[in-house]
Design a protein around this ligand. Structure first.
Ligand SMILES: CCCCCCCCCCCC(=O)SCCNC(=O)CCNC(=O)[C@H](O)C(C)(C)COP(=O)(O)OP(=O)(O)OC[C@H]1O[C@@H](n2cnc3c(N)ncnc32)[C@H](O)[C@@H]1OP(=O)(O)O
Length: 227
């Protein structure tokens, strides 16, 4: 029997759209210089170094693995209860610090920095390191899909009504280079009941590399609660 899923009706006013100010508004979480944000940034740096290291080195990678495992064990010893952590993750309004794409506390987030624009669109930017490589020196297409899906989702939030991706259509026009600033622009184009139609483009140096069209269905899975 199919499970019934209740969706939250979310009008993401927390996105804080402020078209009146005429200034872009930061929608992603701003990274702090210390604390967990700094630890996640260090982990990102380590991942990048590992991918660039390769096997043709005299560096003692066995000893390295031992040291990294020791650090992981130390952090695991300090972990809070998982259910409580999930509640904490989702209780905040606005941008999530643990977010897979924009989160300063998530080491696998590039992270993407997103601004809501006065014209109702959002603009996002990042530079991808070699860990995201697909073809030589180019980003994996799945990473472009992730960044576009997420930015389109944030464009819905900026427009005032967010949802879940039901259909995402991508057009890969040219490869996305690693190590160069990329820009993603996205906008909710129309709404038909719960159906949100959103478009975006990932560009490098002003050249469109990947375009996206998506159908989102308004609503979100309920946030975890303590009981
Ligand atoms: C501010 C910062 C914020 C923060 C912003 C953070 C951004 C994050 C963005 C990430 C977004 C994601 O990746 S979300 C994760 C990836 N997506 C998913 O996992 C979704 C999995 N699918 C589902 O859960 C479900 O299928 C839903 C929710 C999409 C739809 O289910 P539902 O709610 O029961 O709705 P349902 O009745 O089936 O459909 C409603 C209407 O939509 C149509 N419809 C549904 N699916 C489709 C489809 N694929 N193609 C065409 N049409 C469809 C139906 O025919 C129907 O039309 P009619 O009969 O009414 O005419």
């Amino acid at each position: 029997m199919a499970e019934t899923v209740e969706y939250e009706v979310v009008t993401q006013a927390g996105a804080g759209r402020d078209a009146g100010s005429g200034e872009p508004v930061l929608m992603s979480a701003r990274a702090s210089e210390g604390g967990l944000d700094a630890a996640a940034a260090a982990a990102r740096r380590l991942v990048d170094a590992l991918v660039r290291l390769g096997d043709s080195t005299d560096y003692d990678t066995d000893a390295l693995a031992t040291r990294i495992n020791a650090i992981a064990a130390e952090v695991e010893d300090a972990l809070p209860d998982e259910a409580a952590r999930l509640v904490e993750m989702w209780q905040q309004e606005g941008p999530n610090r643990h977010d897979l794409v924009t989160g300063p506390q998530n080491p696998i987030a590039p992270p993407l920095v997103v601004h809501g624009q006065p014209d109702g669109s959002v603009e996002a930017s990042t530079t991808l390191p070699i860990a995201y490589q697909g073809q030589p020196r180019m980003a994996h297409g799945g990473i472009s899909a992730l960044l576009l899906d997420h930015t389109l989702g944030m464009a819905n939030g900026w427009a005032g009504r967010g949802g879940m991706t039901a259909r995402l259509t991508l057009n890969f026009k040219r490869p996305v280079p690693l190590g160069e600033p990329i820009t993603i622009r996205a906008k909710q184009e129309s709404v038909d009941g719960r159906k949100l139609y959103t478009q975006g483009v990932l560009s490098v140096d002003g050249e469109p590399c990947v375009t996206a069209e998506a159908l989102f269905i308004a609503g979100h899975l309920p946030r975890p609660t303590a009981d």
